[in-house]
Design a binder for this molecule. Structure first.
Ligand code: SAM
Ligand code: SF4
Length: 451
């Protein structure tokens, strides 16, 4: 049976990369819903498969080509009826190459153009050839997206800002996502209200540089992220707010104080530092020094003593010596992270650092190993310190095993408890009894269990 034989068409979306791509994939499903597309879990038998891709590191981009090879076989099995679209940052950066390497792809759509998907599908049907749309259109994507159709769940993401003007030496984002742009406050608040009406209790505001947010407020003035967060905190039923990813040079005192004054704001911040060496930070064009990061961490801990931090590190950026790496390790030991992400530097075509002399893989691997061992120790220590505490948990649904329910702590740690009642969407105190490497076990107090 082909797509045209049915009113309902099957849509399978594969998402690679960051939370922003997760959000974009959900919005693409919303854009296609009026055309009769409904989401399915597997590409087998799908009328359309969208691969929403990531270009941040070489390995991420290569993953796309191997996954596309598998889709080609499925497409051939449908007599080439299945439509394949590649969206996201690989589409933006490698559109033409992609169509040469994978000529069975029907559509290549950049991250700022996916609101045009219905029109592009019609073009494919008309032209019987591949279409490519990697413009940064003058019309704003968010003005053209329909309201989210499907409930996003108890914990959900909401993109409030896109793009980046910072041009770090290693990063493709300014080229793939375009210039920094903030959505107006009214459209964000309206979307958050709809999400809460559908059961969302925690929202993570997303942006490549979310703390650089400067959107038009309902009063016609430019609002900061701190001001937006206080407006969102007033929505009845919205219990928790987070924001990610922040840049140290946009971490204002106003935003630091929001962690003290806004009770909905979680005491947890993802603040990528990338390196502890000022020489490497300058080579990275990061616009902050290691001491700026230290000062922000200290101020946030003064403002909110239970504050915890996560970060990103790049190991082996061109020019990194043993002494530079030692400075990174010193910063890590001093700060104490709840969790952190670390990557070997990956040269990305078109970025300034890609043309510089590269560090040998063995050197990078040895440094990354040492850093990750320390970060693992810190994560284990952070989780172990929660054992014995009573901590508020927002329940999101059933656990993996019968009789279990699962939720998230203030620090987004997955928490699992035994419970005879489902508490989805509710926050209850849980006594933490055991810490696993990536999750916590706990018990509810007697009154809740009996309720
Ligand atoms: N805007 C954020 C910031 O300022 O740090 C980062 C966003 S970036 C999409 C996510 C992470 O990917 C970065 O923090 C960095 O650690 C990592 N990353 C970016 N480019 C990379 C590269 N060329 N090689 C390795 N890791 C990279
Ligand atoms: Fe990339 Fe973040 Fe630097 Fe922007 S600030 S260029 S998104 S690493």
């Amino acid at each position: 049976m082909t797509a045209t034989d049915r009113n309902t068409r099957r849509l399978h979306i594969v998402t690679h990369g960051c939370q922003m791509n997760v959000y974009d994939s959900a919005r693409m499903a919303d854009v296609l819903a009026p055309l009769g597309y409904t989401a399915v879990d597997s590409p087998e038998g799908a009328d359309m498969v969208i691969m929403n891709t990531c270009h941040i590191r070489e390995r991420a981009a290569e993953k796309v080509f191997s996954a596309l090879g598998r889709l080609r076989d499925l497409k051939e099995a449908t007599g080439n009826q299945m439509m394949i679209a590649v969206t996201g940052c690989v589409a933006q950066a490698e559109g033409d190459i992609l169509l040469k390497r994978a000529p069975y792809v029907d559509m290549v759509v950049g991250p700022q153009a996916y609101h045009r998907l219905p029109e592009l599908i019609a073009q494919v049907h008309r032209s019987k050839g591949a279409v490519i749309d990697t413009d940064f259109p003058a019309e704003k994507k968010f003005d053209f997206l329909p309201d989210a159709a499907a409930p996003q769940g108890v914990i959900a993401n909401l993109t409030i800002q896109e793009g980046c003007d910072k041009f770090c030496s290693f990063c493709v984002v300014p080229y793939t996502r375009g210039a920094e742009a903030s959505r107006p406050v009214a459209s964000i608040v309206a979307e958050a209200r709809r999400m809460v009406a559908q059961g969302t209790r925690e929202i993570a505001l997303l942006g490549q540089n979310v703390n650089a947010y400067h959107g038009e407020g309902p009063d016609g003035r430019i609002w900061s992220l701190a001001r937006l967060l206080s407006a969102l905190a007033e929505i009845p039923g919205l219990s928790r707010l987070r924001y990610t990813t922040s840049h140290p040079s946009d971490m204002t005192e106003e935003l630091i104080l929001a962690h003290r004054d806004n009770p909905a704001l979680m005491p947890f911040l993802h603040l990528p530092v990338q390196s502890g060496s000022d020489k490497i930070l300058a080579a990275m064009n990061r616009k902050h020094k290691a001491d700026d990061f230290r000062r922000i961490v200290t101020r946030l801990r003064e403002a909110r003593p239970d504050m915890a931090f996560t970060s990103d590190f790049i190991i082996g950026h061109p020019g990194e010596t043993d002494a530079d790496f030692a400075a990174t390790m010193a910063l890590v030991r001093e700060t104490g992270f709840a969790l952190a992400y670390s990557f070997n530097y990956s040269a990305r075509p078109g970025t300034p650092a890609a043309g510089l002399a590269q560090i040998a893989d063995e050197v990078k691997n040895a440094r990354l190993y040492e850093l990750q061992a320390e970060l693992r120790r810190q994560q284990d220590a952070f989780n172990a310190a929660t054992v014995g505490l009573n901590t508020p948990v927002l329940f999101t649904g059933l656990g993996r095993h019968p009789g279990q329910i699962a939720g998230r702590s203030l620090y987004a740690q997955p928490v699992v408890v035994e419970s005879p009642v489902e508490l989805t969407g509710e926050i209850h105190a849980v006594k933490i009894t055991h810490a696993n490497p990536n999750s916590l076990l706990g018990s509810l107090n007697k009154e809740v269990r009996a309720a």
